[in-house]
Design a protein around this ligand. Structure first.
Ligand code: GRF
Length: 194
């Protein structure tokens, strides 16, 4: 069976990354699909998710974008790191950097992201507050392919949650995150199983 390496990029807590790693082990993706998470890369050395991944015995890297002269230089360095793992799939899991078209093109067809809104509504930041302010009755999350247009690209899966009376951005984010942890591993598994 051809090995399908998965590289995950994070910037913070890494709960989506952890959900994917745990699902890969629990559902034995290695045995079933020849797939495994081989590396976790963060643009922030202090990202709590990086410590978690390291403690799990995963290969981890921090590449601080602030030490690079340009976005292109940062992306080129990240690209080289990622390429060394020959990934079948590169997963953006709470990776909070805009990627250059060069990076996106390089991983075309292998790059996916999770976004905490029902795209195409609320691309960009502060999605939960914006959904509350707009009076939305439902919110949710989207797993999508990454193109050079921010938060666009084919939708692979979505989950819907209600917006409840009295919700704050935090309470809504928590409800949405529970669904992210459900649909993201499911989509990754579907892609590596194909
Ligand atoms: C998630 O809501 C993700 O959709 C958004 O940032 C959050 C990251 O959470 N882009 P985590 O790092 O996976 O815990």
């Amino acid at each position: 069976m051809k090995q399908k390496n998965i590289v995950i990029l994070i910037s913070g807590g890494g709960s989506n990354m952890a959900a994917i790693v745990e699902a890969s082990r629990r559902r034995d993706w290695h045995e079933k699909h020849g797939a495994q998470v081989v590396a976790v890369i963060s643009n922030k050395a202090e990202a709590p998710g990086l410590a978690w991944a390291k403690a799990q015995g995963l290969t981890t890297f921090a590449l601080d974008h602030k030490t690079f002269a340009s976005r292109e230089a940062f992306d080129a360095s990240m690209m080289a790191q990622i390429d060394s793992f020959e990934p079948a799939l590169v997963v953006l899991a709470g990776f909070m950097r805009i990627l250059t078209p060069g990076f996106v093109d390089h991983f075309a067809g292998r790059l996916i992201n999770i976004h905490p809104s029902l795209l195409p509504a609320f691309a960009g930041l502060n999605t939960h507050q914006r959904a509350i302010d707009a009076g939305c009755k439902f919110a949710g999350c989207t797993v999508h392919r990454v193109t050079s247009e921010l938060d666009h690209g084919d939708i692979l899966d979505q989950a819907v949650v209600p917006v409840l009376r009295g919700d704050t951005a935090e309470s809504l984010a928590e409800r949405v995150l529970t669904q992210e942890h459900r649909i993201f591993p499911g989509t990754v598994e579907r892609l590596v199983a194909a």
